[in-house]
Design a protein around this ligand. Structure first.
Ligand code: AMP
Ligand code: MG
Length: 708
């Protein structure tokens, strides 16, 4: 456990929110929670007002959830030694916070930071320092030097931490690249207000004791993980967003001991940069597989069934799996071209509109609709054309037309396109009938997808069309789950490999190729752990390897409670197994358990029961473990092509297929009949209660493809 449950990182801004569009270098907020694979995408906050409100909400929600929160800010919390006492009469950094909060006036479009800095300079430095830099060319501020030419600083230029942090800027500089001073003047008042609002819950590091405080503010410097940020930015995205995201992840991931070492600091007046001197560890944590974050393990009792129930109904068993299982695979990211069939780890939003600009839907001629008269039309044709990827460089005057091709961006002056088949054209003019409507044959920018719109939801298994959508809307990398690794073991002394010469009583292993194939079809990575004789030590070694190298273990055979049922015996001995007696046919008891935190599905040995139990129970469970959410098999009702009388008590699955719009079932229900499995293309599901089916009775048909 880390000393914090949640880590938020804020990339601050000292500037104003002027102009119509949000600025790129506004404020970014990254959030990661220790042990949680899912994390929200970094948030863009366009000004300090929005940031203050967002932080307030965050502190409230984390406090309510009982999560201890560290918030790291990327600007100095303190000034070089001596400044606090000179300004406030006390060598106390938090007194400076208080002092500034009382005097800084801030709104999204204007603030008094330059004037206040000038006043401080006049009071403490004869009007020549410590602050310098004035971002507004038109307005001189008394006491605030514009440049360092006429500058004198009565205090040290840098704090001790900044003398070590190579490339850091000083907190005295208010304008130009690296105007950290402006961030400090505009940031500390916000922190002071938050601190006051949530007193006594907020502790400011390193000025206050942290023990027991549910919220900690710390100064942090994203440059400490510059390598990881550079690599992430090279793959796409906004640098500031990567900074807050990766730093939050790194801190959420670091072992407790490392964090405690980072927080061990007594630089009482000037403050310190958290993580300074520990860059290697931070970088490593930030860079681990790009963005991977390992989720917490499953709980020991995740497979426990309600006590006292003899045969658990299928729906109850499924509800229990659905409740207690969660993703066990880490998140990562991959280029779009490698993402087919993978599971999305987060919602994905469009970076760009589709279409990105208004364009023509046909080959034809474009013009301004408003300039058309009544009656037949005759428009002079401009030389040149607009084609997809080769826009027309110029404006089409009203009353003129231009040749445009499908996909071409509409030139300036064109809002309507007439199909080439509907015009008579010469080299210099076109003629056409009246009646075309304004905007005809054009596509609006964003008519399909607007930027920022969620295009694909977390948990989705990516299809070829999803990749088209992601690519069209400007995405290059996608947040993915790592593939679920599924280990498969067959057990039984009687089993031999295909190609072996059978001795009396031996049978070929049918389940392993089937289960490996199913897992692969579900989109998982497979690990073949072979055929294990009915021997506990050999099986234990196979379980150990499965737990090391895979996320789930599927076994078949040996799952009952007999002498040779070593799967259940081993899991039982490990103390985290439940014997699942489920009211289902076919299906003997299943043995569900954890082996070193790795879930084991002990399936029946019978191939028919093994397949049905895999599809009905293991498939949706593995979907959850893989991060795809709960997966209901997709099916539909069909008229039966068979007759059957079913007793109440157990849900039944029959090997079935659809022919001529009706559901046929395999003539024999024997659970050793592998030929029927191969014959079938799906299952007919009969309800738990009694049923009397005659030809034409509607039955539920679940095609095998509906389980994928
Ligand atoms: P068990 O659950 O181990 O008692 O096995 C039940 C039945 O399934 C026995 O008849 C086994 O021989 C058969 N069986 C178990 N594993 C396999 C397998 N991998 N391939 C084919 N049949 C199997
Ligand atoms: Mg056996």
């Amino acid at each position: 456990m880390t000393p914090f449950d949640s880590v938020a990182i804020v990339d601050w801004s000292g500037g104003n929110d002027t102009g119509a569009r949000p600025r790129r270098d506004a404020i970014w907020l990254g959030l990661a929670r220790a042990g949680e694979a899912q994390r929200p995408p970094p948030r863009y906050l366009r000004n300090r007002l929005e940031a203050e409100e967002t932080l307030e909400t965050l502190i409230e929600s984390e406090r309510t959830a009982g999560r201890r929160l560290l918030i790291g800010f990327d600007f100095p919390f303190g000034f070089p030694a001596g400044f606090a006492a000179a300004l406030t009469g006390r060598a106390d950094t938090l007194a400076v916070w208080h002092w500034l909060e009382a005097r800084i006036e801030d709104s999204p479009r204007a603030n008094n930071r330059f004037a206040l800095a000038g006043a401080i300079n006049r009071a403490l430095g004869g009007g020549r320092g410590p602050f310098w830099g004035n971002g507004r060319p038109a307005l001189d501020v008394p006491g605030l030097p514009r440049t360092k030419a006429d500058y004198a600083n009565p205090f040290p230029e840098r704090r001790a931490a900044e003398r070590i942090a190579r490339g850091s800027f000083t907190c005295w500089q208010l304008a130009g690249a690296g105007a950290v001073g402006s961030q400090v003047l505009m940031g500390l008042p916000v922190l002071e207000r938050l601190r006051r609002r949530f007193a006594p819950d907020v502790a400011v590091w390193p000025f206050q004791p942290l023990a027991g405080a549910p919220v900690i503010f710390a100064e942090i410097w994203p440059t400490l993980i510059d390598g990881a940020v550079k690599r992430a930015t090279a793959r796409g995205g906004i640098r500031d967003a990567h900074q807050v995201d990766l730093l939050a992840v790194a801190l959420a991931r670091l072992p407790r001991g490392d964090l405690i070492a980072m927080l061990d600091c007594d630089a009482a007046e000037e403050g310190w940069i958290m993580g300074l001197g520990h860059e290697k560890k931070l970088e490593q944590a930030a860079a681990q597989h790009g963005t991977d974050l390992r989720p917490p393990p499953l709980r020991d009792d995740c497979f426990a069934l309600p006590a006292g129930v003899d045969w658990t109904p299928v729906d109850d068993a499924l509800a229990l799996l659905r409740d207690r299982l969660h993703p066990v695979v880490a998140t990562t990211s991959a280029p779009l071209g490698k993402a087919l069939g993978r599971i999305l780890a987060q919602d994905v939003t469009a970076r760009r509109a589709n279409p990105p600009q208004p364009n023509s839907a046909v080959d034809g001629y474009g013009f301004a609709h408003s300039a058309l008269g009544g009656g037949d039309q005759l428009l002079p044709l401009l030389p040149g054309r607009a084609a997809a990827g080769v826009p027309f460089d110029g404006t089409v005057p009203a009353g003129h037309a231009l040749r445009v091709l499908t996909g071409a961006a509409l030139p300036e002056g064109v809002d309507t396109v007439i199909l080439q088949e509907d015009v008579t054209a010469s080299d210099t003019q076109i003629a056409f009938r009246p009646g075309i409507r304004p905007g005809a044959n054009t596509r609006r920018a964003g008519e399909d997808v607007e930027p920022g719109q969620t295009i694909l939801a977390a948990g989705r298994r990516l299809t070829p069309a999803d990749l088209a959508l992601a690519s069209a809307t400007g995405l290059a990398d996608l947040p993915l789950r790592q593939r679920l690794r599924v280990a498969v073991i067959s057990t039984g002394d009687e089993l031999i490999e295909p190609g072996d010469t059978p001795a009396p009583g031996q049978i070929f292993d049918a389940n392993r190729p089937m289960l490996l194939g199913l897992a692969a079809e579900f989109g998982f990575e497979t690990l073949d752990l072979g055929r294990i004789p009915d021997n506990r030590d050999t099986l234990r070694a196979a379980f150990d390897r499965g737990a090391r190298e895979a996320d789930v273990i599927l076994t078949s055979g040996g799952a009952s409670a007999g002498d040779e049922d070593h799967v259940s015996a081993l899991l039982n001995a490990a103390g985290a197994m439940a014997e699942w007696r489920i009211a289902v046919k076919p299906g003997r008891p299943l043995a569900l358990g954890l082996w070193n935190d790795t879930p084991v599905f002990g399936l029946p040995g019978n191939p028919v029961a093994a397949l049905v139990c895999t599809l009905i129970f293991a498939r949706p469970a593995m979907g959850l473990l893989a991060g795809a959410g709960w997966h209901e098999p997709q099916g539909f009702d069909l008229p039966a092509a068979f007759s059957k009388t079913k007793k109440p008590g157990r849900r039944e699955y029959l090997r079935a297929r659809m022919r001529d719009g009706r559901a046929e079932v395999f003539p024999s229900e024997g659970s050793g009949r592998i030929s029927g499995l191969s014959w079938a293309e799906g299952l007919v599901e009969l309800p738990d209660g009694a049923a009397r089916i005659t030809p034409g009775t509607p039955v539920r048909y679940l095609p095998f493809s509906g389980f994928l």
